[in-house]
Write a protein that binds this ligand. Structure first.
Ligand code: GDP
Length: 528
């Protein structure tokens, strides 16, 4: 039994796919699913421009704007492994959600548009990965177009993202002259052919960089290419597994997602090199993936994924043991057992009832609002998983409603959207209007649209004279009570029940901090 659990955990690879918008994340996701056989035809993942909408496009606003607001989870088998792929919303306004998704993975696949290089959102995401030393695999996309010089791209990744590059493949030409890639470790050349019909394993392989067939095929290019590869090998880092696992070095692959080219090499890298689930820290102890008993934490909540059912799904990352359908699991924050009979898994966007899940897998628990981001679950042992961040919002709005009779719906809607992490909701001590806090301004639009569609509330947002929020705490309860009494005008409670100080400006915050040296002002709230 224990052996089986350990084996299953070792077979898992759980990674997030990250990029700046438009680099090709959706296209690559689809190709990974196609290649693994999880889906049969293209266009099923997200047809944001073709008009086809997959299950993840549950919100009008997402369709209108053509951005993926919601992250989603896909599971598929590749070789003898089970792969969990977590999509992340690329738009910067949803970066909070993305950050939390990154706490639930063991590695990340970074997609870069080779015509553009390292872009703003990539930098932010990489910073989060670095906080946790997440191993990164890099894919340089769009070589079927005119792109930037490959060595220059590697330089940019190294200097801007502060991670060393080890090219594993190397492109031969680009744009109209894109001939394929040379696999440096395998000493093989994969010939490129345009068109989305070819599957990744159907491209012609030529063994050996000195193979005379290459000179027949590319009489003009081969001398240059051989010289370039020598240069690349001398000037760049060799792949090193330990440094990759430490998050210090990234293997780099080149290709064209839209043409299915380079997809297999990425999957192979993830399966061969990326880590299986590791031990995970809870406040009480480190929990190993191969332990017999089930445990996990919620990193994301999504409400009303299917508007017909009005449900909320809590996304839980399994950290240890085996989850099997119908078993009783304990919701540790409220100390209550729940029978998880309708728990779902995510097979390439189709929700299916889950029979069993192991460390690394993501399961979805339908609920009516009693689960929050950061909640831990187990078979009974008290475990409090740590490290799921909330960020101090930078934008604030007061909320009013046109119809006062809808106050209850407004509060319910905001409470749920707050728990879901769509926006942060603060209830001021002084009884004033509820305050919304966001990292990106688009979050407010999403909230307004969802309040109207899902709760029937027309909300009006007013500007609020708040500059920033800090979560406050103090080990000395008496001091905290004094602080609360003296600062009631600026204090509030967030959707998770935590005390927050809403500062009108920087000067006020600095003065308050100086005046109350025993009070801790936190810029991020790590759950628990
Ligand atoms: P996302 O925003 O990162 O999910 O990017 P998408 O996958 O939606 O791709 C953005 C655009 O780039 C789309 O128009 C794609 O068709 C295009 N694209 C993706 N991969 C490639 C590629 O390999 N070559 C070319 N020429 N275009 C690509």
């Amino acid at each position: 039994m224990l052996n089986m659990i350990q084996e299953q955990a070792k077979r898992r690879r759980t990674f997030a796919i990250i990029s700046h918008p438009d680099a090709g994340k959706t296209t690559l996701t689809e190709k990974l699913l196609l290649f693994s056989g999880a889906i049969q035809s293209a266009g099923t993942v997200k047809g944001k421009k073709s008009g086809k909408f997959a299950t993840s496009d549950w919100m009008d606003i997402e369709k209108q704007r053509g951005i993926s607001v919601a992250s989603s989870v896909m599971q598929f088998d590749y070789r003898d492994h089970t792969v969990n792929l977590l999509d992340t919303p690329g738009h910067q306004d949803f970066s909070e959600d993305t950050y939390r998704v990154l706490t639930a993975v063991d590695s990340a696949l970074m997609v870069i548009d080779a015509a553009k290089g390292v872009e703003a959102q990539t930098i932010k995401l990489l910073n989060v990965c670095r906080m946790r030393n997440t191993p990164i695999v890099t894919f340089m996309n769009k070589y079927d177009r005119e792109v930037r010089d490959s060595l220059e791209l590697l330089d940019e990744v190294e200097s801007v993202l502060q991670i060393r590059c080890a090219p594993v493949t190397w492109p031969i030409g680009m744009g109209k002259n894109f001939k394929g890639v040379y696999h440096i470790l395998n000493d093989e050349i994969y010939l490129f052919e345009a068109g989305a019909e070819k599957l990744s394993h159907e491209f012609e392989v030529i063994k050996g960089i000195d193979n005379p067939r290459l000179d027949e095929l590319f009489p003009l290019e081969m001398d240059n290419l051989r010289a370039e590869i020598e240069l690349v090998q001398a000037a760049s880092n060799e792949f090193n597994l330990e440094e990759f696992l430490a998050g210090e070095l990234t293997p780099v692959f080149f290709g064209s997602a839209i043409n299915n080219f380079g997809v297999r090499e990425i999957l192979d890298a993830l399966v061969n090199w990326a880590p299986a689930p590791q031990g995970r820290a809870a406040l009480e102890r480190v929990v190993e993936p191969g332990e017999e008993k089930f445990s996990g934490f919620v990193f994301k909540i999504q409400a009303n994924m299917d508007p017909k059912h009005r449900d909320r799904i809590a996304f839980l990352r399994v950290c240890s043991g085996e989850f099997s359908r119908g078993m009783k699991i304990k919701h540790l924050r409220i100390n209550r057992e729940i029978a998880a009979s309708s728990v779902v898994t995510f097979m390439s966007h189709e929700r299916e009832l889950v029979e069993e899940a192991f460390a690394g897998d993501i399961i979805g628990i339908p609920n009516h609002g009693n689960i929050q981001i950061g909640d831990s679950f187990s078979e009974g042992e008290v475990l409090t998983y740590t490290g799921i961040p909330f960020f101090a919002p930078e934008l604030f709005r007061g909320v009013r409603i046109k119809n006062p009779l809808k106050m209850k719906q407004l509060q319910k809607g905001l409470q749920q959207l707050g728990e879901e992490g769509a926006v942060q909701v603060f209830k001021p001590h002084n009884g004033g209007d509820l305050i919304l806090g966001a990292v990106g301004v688009l979050q407010f639009e999403v909230v307004a649209s969802r309040l109207a569609a899902e709760y029937g509330v027309d909300a009006i947002f007013d500007s609020a004279s708040i500059w920033s929020a800090r979560w406050v705490s103090c080990p000395d309860k008496k001091k905290l009570a004094e602080f609360e009494k003296a600062n009631g005008m600026n204090l509030s409670i967030d959707a998770g029940g935590n005390l927050a100080y809403l500062a009108p400006n920087r000067v006020n915050l600095n003065l308050t901090q100086e005046r109350w040296p025993d009070i801790v002002f936190n810029e991020t709230r790590e759950l628990n």
